[in-house]
Design a binder for this molecule. Structure first.
Ligand SMILES: NC(=O)C1=CN([C@@H]2O[C@H](COP(=O)(O)OP(=O)(O)OC[C@H]3O[C@@H](n4cnc5c(N)ncnc54)[C@H](O)[C@@H]3O)[C@@H](O)[C@H]2O)C=CC1
Ligand SMILES: O=C(O)C(=O)COP(=O)(O)O
Length: 474
């Protein structure tokens, strides 16, 4: 390899974990054009000039990466992103859609929690966006398929807040069984009301868990420790923890449980999963808890069930329409039943705090921000919820003369042949490719390439008709 190639990759030595920041020149494709003075955009006339410009212009500078963080993403996550040198814009609440569209147009990375809806309408405007971080478990708020079709990877935190939700539900089971909310409200209003009627121990009662995933199974263990029997219903057969038993139908669960708790994702199948019919199937005097998603319970049906005393108590942490931020009024015109709900006895209403503990938020911040950095800087899609999982080990200081090419493309025949024709003229040290549905992802580390060759590789890859997005890292 000639000295030119060595020198061209020299900035990598200092910034081995950095990436070139990029911007779109045409829909769905990437090019070296971030900074008008970028070395690759406007090559310096001599090697010495390149050395100088590389020093001054830092073509691989992560400071060009723009990040938009909404919904009060934890400090841990903010710190990790800032430490990379990224420009981080942070908001405590979510944004109205029009404002979101304005903001998202410009950024490469967006971080949200459960509230912000990243629909195809919003994402269509996000021309520079390469990755979304859901700093939570649920990803129902993002159009995952559309994002993948645009080459936008999505990451979440699959279990960092599961324990927090499970503990909240345990607390609610006891609080409902003992009517703690009502007694406390009465005391706050100055009334002493010492009663045992309608108050129960939870020992010996049956907990029915709908959705035996990370949260449901964690809850199962905690409930058994309190002396409860556990039954669960799930669409897949899952190994029971402790002495819990899986039942074969939702009706079997509803008719057999004293406490019913929901831990399913939002999906077309779970919409209004608990309505008037299901409430009718529940035991008389049983309790309902929903800390999953607001769409899962038909709230007017629940109100009716509680008024008729069929349901002795309920706890809701999630609602069909949740306010954008703290201090906002809960009863919007969309939640027309809000007043009726608040007037009921023995109902605990919490503002979507299931995952809101110091431990969970801190862990989620680290987990998701790290995944974002790995993707932006190294192209790794491990644990992405919408892209094929592709990962090559990080380049080391022993491999300074490499460039990493990432190529997201439509999963159609013949693409690999075209890619390898382009890369085949070079020394491909490592390569990995995988597909997921209609989208495929290829990553390759190439050694001993000079600046002009990199530009040519990039242009040729973009010329492949199935190309969704190409990036060149390091
Ligand atoms: N209130 C809060 O702050 C939080 C709420 N959540 C919500 O809880 C949900 C569950 O979380 P995890 O347990 O981590 O998810 P998970 O994916 O580990 O488990 C979900 C389980 O539900 C099952 N399931 C899916 N559709 C079903 C259906 N139609 N009927 C029965 N079972 C079905 C799945 O097979 C799976 O076992 C999340 O999707 C999220 O919406 C999660 C964290 C915090
Ligand atoms: O993790 C989830 O899916 C949650 O529902 C928690 O959402 P949040 O981060 O509190 O907006």
């Amino acid at each position: 390899m000639g000295s030119e190639a060595r020198d061209i990759v020299a900035p990598k030595l200092e910034t081995i974990s950095r990436t070139v920041s990029n911007s779109f020149t045409k829909a769905g494709s990437f090019s070296y054009s971030i900074s008008p003075t970028s070395t690759f955009h406007s090559p310096p006339s001599s090697l010495e000039a390149f050395r100088q410009s590389a020093k001054q212009l830092k073509p691989f500078d992560t400071k060009d990466i723009k990040v938009l963080l909404l919904e009060n993403v934890n400090q841990t996550g903010r710190d990790i992103l800032k430490e990379q040198g990224y420009q981080v814009e942070f908001y405590k609440s979510s944004l109205p859609e029009d404002e979101l569209i304005e903001k998202i147009r410009d950024v490469h990375v967006v971080g949200i929690r459960s509230k912000t809806k990243l629909t195809s309408r919003v994402l269509r405007e996000a021309k520079n966006l390469i990755v979304i971080g859901c700093f939570c478990i649920g990803t129902n708020q993002v159009d995952l398929k559309y994002a993948a079709s645009q080459g936008i990877a999505v990451f979440n935190s699959p279990f960092s807040n599961s324990r927090s939700v499970a503990e909240l539900v345990i607390g609610e089971i006891i609080a409902l069984a003992r009517q703690i909310g009502d007694r406390s409200n009465e005391m706050h209003a100055g009334t002493w009301n010492k009663v045992s009627s309608g108050s129960w121990e939870i020992r010996g009662k049956t907990l029915g868990i709908i959705g035996y995933g990370h949260i449901g199974s964690q809850l199962s263990v905690l409930a058994e420790a309190f002396g409860m029997s556990v039954i669960y219903y799930d669409v897949v057969n899952l190994m029971a923890l402790g002495t819990a038993k899986q039942v074969s139908s939702l009706e079997d669960l509803l008719s057999g449980a004293d406490f019913v708790t929901l831990h399913v994702p939002e999906s077309p199948e779970t919409k209004n999963m608990i309505g008037a019919k299901e409430i009718e199937q529940m035991k008389n005097g049983s309790y309902l808890i929903n800390a999953s998603r607001g769409s899962v319970v038909d709230i007017p049906a629940l109100i009716e069930g509680m008024r008729s005393r069929k349901i002795a108590g309920a706890a809701l942490d999630v609602y069909p329409n949740e306010p954008a931020g703290n201090g906002d009024y809960f009863n919007s015109e969309l939640n027309t039943w809000g007043d009726d709900l608040r007037k009921l006895k023995n109902i605990i209403l919490t503002p979507h705090i299931g995952g809101s503990t110091e431990e969970a938020q801190s862990a989620i911040g680290v987990e998701v921000a790290s995944a974002l950095v790995r993707y932006v800087n190294e192209g790794a899609t491990l644990a992405s919820v919408n892209m094929p999982e592709v990962n090559l080990r990080s380049l080391t200081m022993d491999e300074p003369n490499h460039v990493r090419v990432t190529f997201i493309h439509r999963n159609v025949p013949g693409v690999l042949r075209s890619v390898n024709k382009i890369l085949g003229d070079h020394n491909v040290d490592k390569q990995m490719t995988d597909s997921r549905g209609e989208v495929a992802y290829l990553m390759a580390d190439i050694s001993d390439v000079n600046q002009n060759e990199i530009k040519a590789i990039w242009a040729d890859l973009e010329g492949i008709s199935a190309c969704i997005r190409t990036r060149v890292l390091y």
